[in-house]
Design a protein around this ligand. Structure first.
Ligand SMILES: Cc1cc2nc3c(=O)[nH]c(=O)nc-3n(C[C@H](O)[C@H](O)[C@H](O)COP(=O)(O)OP(=O)(O)OC[C@H]3O[C@@H](n4cnc5c(N)ncnc54)[C@H](O)[C@@H]3O)c2cc1C
Length: 374
């Protein structure tokens, strides 16, 4: 198949690709979105769904601001998606707790947040260190082992699968064309035109966006971009549904809009292994039960492992290729939190080929170009 009637081909239909594709299609661009399909590693289908602000941006204050801008834009995204598609992504931003189980953890957390908020260029965000009694007033079912918490009123969560669906439905309503089972194997660039080889056909486009998550590790070098990303495994436990008991979110525990409790507390360097491990799950469950003892009486209905898309230094990567102008890359490890930025703020910048302005320059791949000492 040759498909030349498009302005952009977005490679990857996960949360990053779908958000950018939706944003470009809303601007009237003709967009094709190509996705590998069910056998791919897909963080968008296995995540914890937080829209999380506190603790983001240590070492890069611009990332903290970008996260904050996305959290601020999230209500607009949720409303626009509902109007576009009729789908409610169940956004709630009541504030979030990072619960701590000892005085040592309290001390470390207080120091880390102080350091984060006092780094150069940081626009400080509101947070409070709370002791056990203060937390218990807001989350009455915490256990006696909770020493305290940091609380940030900006944190929230959504229904991430509904979000992915809404972005896809909205994308197609705005005229976007979706091609599942289209893994891009090769990218060639001649005379200002990209040729994407996928399976038995080719797609031609004047501009492309690499939003293939972990797939970007192999695609980016084809257009001269150095964007090192690696898999980082996270495991999730889901319990049976219970009556609402969490008016706020905890960074490792949240209650979904249908009443299930989700627990996510693991970060593992396990390569591309997506198996679940009972040792890690046991530690996660143990900490969750210390935080909320009544969770110990619930049945677990499922567990899974999924791979985060982790840039080498942990910060998002947005750039345009110097060798192949018109090839853009977008990748990050917090695609739920940043979905509003990717859907509302980034598409105009990509459309105008302007990723070098002040607000995005910090995320360029320049930071990976380290001079070699001789
Ligand atoms: C356990 C876990 C918990 C998480 N919790 C949160 C959270 O609470 N909050 C948050 O903000 N983020 C969270 N994340 C991260 C979030 O899910 C990811 O940042 C986001 O899904 C990344 O989106 P993506 O589109 O870059 O990648 P993916 O969702 O992985 O999508 C990439 C897509 O590209 C396609 N693809 C790959 N290669 C090719 C190719 N060659 N050709 C065509 N298509 C290709 C794949 O089919 C896939 O659909 C979590 C992730 C995990 C694993």
């Amino acid at each position: 198949m040759i498909h030349n009637e498009i302005d952009f081909a977005v490679i990857g239909g996960g949360l990053v690709g779908a958000a950018i594709g939706w944003g470009l299609a809303r601007r009237g661009r003709r967009v094709a979105m190509l996705d590998e399909g069910d056998i791919a590693y897909r963080a968008a289908r296995g995540n914890f769904a937080l829209v999380w602000v506190q603790s983001k941006g240590g070492g890069m204050s611009r990332y903290a601001t970008w996260t904050r801008e996305s959290a601020d834009a999230w209500p607009e995204l949720a409303t626009t998606l509902r109007l576009d598609t009729g789908l409610d992504v169940c956004l709630q931003q009541p504030g979030g707790f990072h619960l701590l189980l000892s005085q040592k953890e309290m001390e470390n957390r207080a120091n880390a947040l102080k350091r984060l908020n006092s780094q150069p260029g940081m626009v400080p965000f509101e947070y409070h260190m709370l002791d056990h009694a203060e937390v218990a007033r807001m989350l009455p079912r915490i256990g006696p082992q909770v020493a305290g918490a940091s609380f940030c009123p900006l944190d929230g969560h959504v229904n991430a699968l509904r979000l992915l669906r809404a972005l896809h439905v909205g994308f197609q309503r705005h005229g976007g064309s979706y091609f599942p089972e289209h893994r891009v194997e090769q990218i060639a660039f001649h005379d200002g035109e990209f040729r994407l080889a996928c399976g038995d056909g080719q797609i031609g486009a004047p501009k492309i966006v690499l939003a293939a998550g972990l797939g970007n590790a192999t695609l980016a070098p084809m257009v001269g971009i150095n964007a090192p990303v690696r898999p980082q495994r996270g495991q999730i436990i889901v319990t049976e549904k219970i009556a609402p008991f969490m008016p706020y979110i905890v960074h490792t525990i949240r209650q979904t809009d249908d009443g299930s409790v989700m627990i996510s507390d693991s970060v593992e360097e396990a390569g591309y292994d997506v198996s679940v491990g009972s040792e890690v799950l046991a530690v996660m469950a143990d900490r969750a039960v210390k935080m909320f003892p009544h969770l110990g009486r619930l049945n677990v209905v499922r567990c899974w492992a999924a791979l985060r898309v982790m840039p080498q230094d942990g910060y998002p990567i947005y750039d345009q290729s110097k060798d192949c102008p018109g090839a853009f890359i977008a990748t990050c490890h917090s695609g739920v939190t940043l979905a509003a930025a990717h859907a509302l703020l980034l598409p105009p910048r990509i459309d105008e080929s302007d990723l070098t302005n002040e607000s995005l320059a910090a995320f360029s791949t320049q930071r990976f170009h380290v001079a070699t000492a001789h």
